[in-house]
Ligand binder design. Structure first.
Ligand SMILES: Nc1ncnc2c1ncn2[C@@H]1O[C@H](COP(=O)(O)OP(=O)(O)O)[C@@H](O)[C@H]1O
Ligand SMILES: Cc1ncc(COP(=O)(O)O)c(C=O)c1O
Length: 286
């Protein structure tokens, strides 16, 4: 190949606060993957507690941008979607999928956290997100999003291994051959990222060294490192492990400095870690 792997990244652009395209671009570039951002909206900051946000919707931009790429015969090895603010944007993501049938289709179904949908995530978006998930190869819901996709109540109690596996399998039955659930509290007391590969009939877990603080953008960093790993030769558990370990470094660094949590993790100091490409070995069979 005469160029790096290339990803169309369909997400919002939050200017301040280190989430969505603001972290996805540097993460994938550091991993040697070219990103073509397809912004769905521009926000002055993310929506997590930084006051009245200045906002421009870009739903109308998505289809013409796709047509332009098609006209130029630009190839993409992956189409990766995240935070979507209107149900029409989900239709545009599906068009990207149709136009690039060979691309790896990664859907981070950003809809909520801690048992609650985000205020922008209307019932219509929740319904259509199911269609996008059905067309995906890999999905990366947190536990809240997994429950929404399955139409179940959020499980407040820690999950047993059997419950975790059952959720992974049932999500995979909706379409995607690989499912990774993030931030799962297990009955063993661990917090883990758990994954399932339907074709290989394999279940994986990577334990997280939990830090008692929450930052915006960690889900986006997780899914982008996972995507970068999958495009550059990692197996699913290796990519899960790489993503988990990298966020852990970002979180510990940021927590150590005691920075305002609303400003996100100190990605800039941690990016060199992603370039090392050591072989992950902390994952285990779930
Ligand atoms: N406080 C934390 N301590 C350790 N790891 C964390 C913490 N917060 C997030 N992570 C890591 O980042 C991943 C994604 O974060 P999560 O909060 O689950 O995503 P989302 O932002 O989509 O809800 C987690 O699965 C975990 O690996
Ligand atoms: C505008 C916007 N995009 C994306 C995200 C996703 O962030 P996370 O990676 O924490 O799920 C958020 C969360 O605050 C957000 O407000």
């Amino acid at each position: 190949m005469d160029r790096p792997m290339r990803v169309a990244a369909i997400h919002d652009l939050s200017g301040f606060g280190r989430c969505s395209l603001t972290v996805i671009l540097p993460v994938l570039s550091a991993m040697g993957v070219q990103v073509c951002p397809v912004p769905t909206a521009v926000f002055s900051t993310h929506l997590g507690g930084l006051g009245e946000v200045e906002y421009r919707d870009l739903t109308d931009y998505m289809e013409p941008a796709l047509e332009h790429y098609q006209k130029l015969q630009i190839g993409f090895e992956a189409i990766y979607s995240g935070f979507l603010s209107t149900k029409e944007q989900i239709g545009h993501c599906l068009r990207f999928f149709e136009c690039y049938p060979k691309a790896l289709k990664v859907v981070d179904p950003v809809m909520g956290d801690h048992g609650k949908p985000y205020r922008t995530c209307t019932p219509a978006i929740q319904r259509r997100m199911g269609e996008l998930v059905a067309a995906a190869d890999i999905i990366t819901p947190n536990l809240t999003e997994a429950a929404v996709l399955l139409g179940e109540a959020y499980p407040f109690a820690p999950l047993t291994r059997a419950q975790g596996k059952s959720m992974l399998v049932r999500l995979s039955e909706r379409g995607p051959g690989q499912v990774v659930m993030t931030g799962v509290k297990l009955a063993t007391g661990e917090m883990a990222n758990i994954g399932y590969d339907r074709e290989k009939n394999a279940f994986w877990a990577v334990d997280c060294d939990y830090v008692p603080v929450s930052y915006p953008g960690t889900g986006d960093i997780f899914a982008s490192v996972l995507t970068g790993g999958m495009l550059t030769g990692d197996s699913l558990p290796m990519a899960m492990d790489r993503a988990t370990r990298f966020i852990e470094i970002c979180i510990k660094t940021t927590f150590g400095y005691g920075s305002d949590t609303r400003y996100g993790v100190m990605l800039e100091s941690c990016l060199p870690e992603l370039m090392r490409r050591d072989v992950p070995e902390r994952y285990h069979i779930f």
